[in-house]
Every structure is written in C-alpha cells, then in structure tokens.
Design a protein around this ligand. Sequence first.
Ligand SMILES: NC(=O)c1ccc[n+]([C@@H]2O[C@H](COP(=O)([O-])OP(=O)(O)OC[C@H]3O[C@@H](n4cnc5c(N)ncnc54)[C@H](O)[C@@H]3O)[C@@H](O)[C@H]2O)c1
Length: 334
Amino acid sequence: MKSVTRILVTGAGGFIGHHLVNRLKQEGHWVRGVDLKHPEYEASAADEFEVRDLRNWDECVSATRGSIDEVYNLAADMGGIGYITAFHAAIARNNILINAHMLEAARQNGVQRFLFSSSACVYAQSKQKEADVVPLQEEDAFPAEPEPGYGWEKLYAEELCRYYWHDYKFETRIVRFHNVYGPLGTYDGGKEKAPAAICRKVALAANGDPIEIWGDGHQTRSFMYVDDCVEGLLRIMASNYRDALNLGTEEIVSINQLTDLVCEIAGKRLVKQYNLSGPQGVRGRNSDNSLLRRTLGWQPSISLRQGLTLTYPWIQKELQAAGRLRIIESVSAA
Ligand SMILES: NC(=O)c1ccc[n+]([C@@H]2O[C@H](COP(=O)([O-])OP(=O)(O)OC[C@H]3O[C@@H](n4cnc5c(N)ncnc54)[C@H](O)[C@@H]3O)[C@@H](O)[C@H]2O)c1
C-alpha cells in the first residue's frame, strides 16, 4: 500500500500550485495549501488551505508546522515579461523574503524535503541573444548574468538551497521551469504569459481583426503544458538529484508561430501588428533536457498543439462567461 505523505504546497492559490494540489490529492496524500489568496477559478482540493503572507517569518513557521514531510515552495511574486520587467525591487524583495524564511522554517520544523521552483530567467542573458538559440544547459547559469530582479532572486535562492544542503544536510530540490501554460492560468490583468495572452487576444478578435504582438514576433521560446510540469515536479521531488534541473520542452517556436497555431485552433485569420516598444525579454530561449533525461529517464512530452488545443477553449469559455465575447461579437456585427 502507498504511504500517505504530509505535503505543504505554497503558492497553492496560483496556477501551478493549484494543479499540483489536485494531483497530490489524486495520489492519496494529505495536503496543506498556503497562499495570499484562494485559487481564482475553482476551490482548492487541499485538506487544509490557509491564507498567509509568507514574506513574514512567523507565517512560514506556522505554515510548516505539524510534521510536514515535503514542501513544494511555489509561492512567488511573478508574472509575464511585462510584469517582471516593470517591478524589479518589489519582486526581488518579496521573493527573497519568502524563500529565505520558508527554507529556514522548513528546516527548523523538521521537513524532510524542500523543492524550490526556480526559473529559466536565471540563465545568462548573453547566451540568449539569437532567436535561433543554443538550448540552455544547467551550467549556462554561470557566470551569472540573469534577468534583472526576478532572475537574480531566483538564482540567489538556488544558491541558498545549495548552502542548506552543504551546511545542514537539508534535502533540497531545484527546478528551473521554462514557460508553463494551461487551463486555470492567469489570462488577463498584466500577470499573464505569452500563450494565455495570445489565446485571449485571439478569442476576443473577430476574423480579419488586427492582433497586437510585442516585438517583431521572431523572438523564440519553448512552452510546457501544466500536466507535464506537475508530473516533472513529482519525479524531481522523488529523485536523489539535489542540483538544478531544467523542466521544460525542447519544442522551440517563435511568437509568430505561437500566434499562428492559436489562430488555427480558433479557426480565425488575424492580421499581426507589431508593437516594437513592447517588452520581449531575451531574444531566444530553449531548454536542453539532456540532464533531465539522464536523471529521471523522463521528459515532458505534451506537444504545444495538444496543450493549446486544451487551453484555448478554456480561456474562450472564461471570456464567454464574463460576457466579454458577446460584447465583441455585437460590436463587430454593428
Ligand atoms: N508559470 C511559469 O511559466 C513559471 C516559469 C518559471 C518559474 N515559475 C515559478 O513557479 C512558481 C509558480 O508559478 P505560477 O505560474 O503558478 O505563478 P502564480 O502567480 O499563479 O502563483 C504564485 C502564487 O504565489 C502566491 N504568493 C505571492 N506572494 C505570496 C506571499 N507573500 N505569501 C504567500 N503566497 C504568495 C500568489 O498569490 C500566487 O497565487 C513560482 O515560483 C514561479 O516563479 C513559473
């Protein structure tokens, strides 16, 4: 019989955290979710859900109380490229407080394993200057030249995890996500990422309308469907690998290709209009999964087409439920 593990998920009110809680409950574990807010689109499946501000030490101590075996530390102040390039000071301060306090509180409360959710934003920017980028291997984070603010904080928190293993033999896992998307993710309001933003814009547009693209659309990324992300999280937590691992797909696409794919799924033809002053981030970024494959014997396998085919209808349905699609339809019919 499978043993029940007591698990804390921070950021359980957010996109990946909410999906992770669902999966952990399906696997039969006991789960406490903690976040500043409840999940936006459906109730949490967690056994306990606590609203806490994890920038505060006392809240981290309370969150990790009561014989917790594993912590998935996903709480972070974050958003898409527009958000993380606009708020360096607040993001860096908020996240370093969360991560430093969560690590120490988990250690003091006897947690067995601690997983830190890092990001591909830790990679040296000089290695991401071409759209046709060489996929990033874990060692490419050094010499350090990460994304300002958010990337520096993630890289520093990774180091902190390594120090905790070195000095205290505290078991840490470090996961570098490359752009995660899927249903129940933020699609509006400024914190959304490219796939969700493009799905929203396509859903709101009528056939033949213009669609705004930030930059010239030739910038490249890889995108991972959230089910692959959750599967990878469970596997990395269970592994014995303590250093950083990429978790992403190797399916690189330009933002133009991403837009064309969403248009195809939606059955619409739109006219791209480029906003060259819009934030773009690095020119090209892709994951090299060699180390992930060697370590886990597994890698994400859901294609972008499969993932978007599941994501676009969800965003369309949300917009419909909010009454926003009807408005567009009646405006364009007028
Ligand atoms: N989604 C991606 O593409 C991606 C890429 C790289 C890294 N990551 C990392 O993965 C993790 C989860 O990302 P996500 O996409 O689910 O983001 P998300 O914004 O949906 O979830 C993060 C959650 O953390 C919560 N939070 C923020 N500050 C908090 C605080 N002080 N106390 C308690 N909770 C707080 C937020 O309320 C939010 O619900 C984050 O650490 C993020 O940096 C995500």
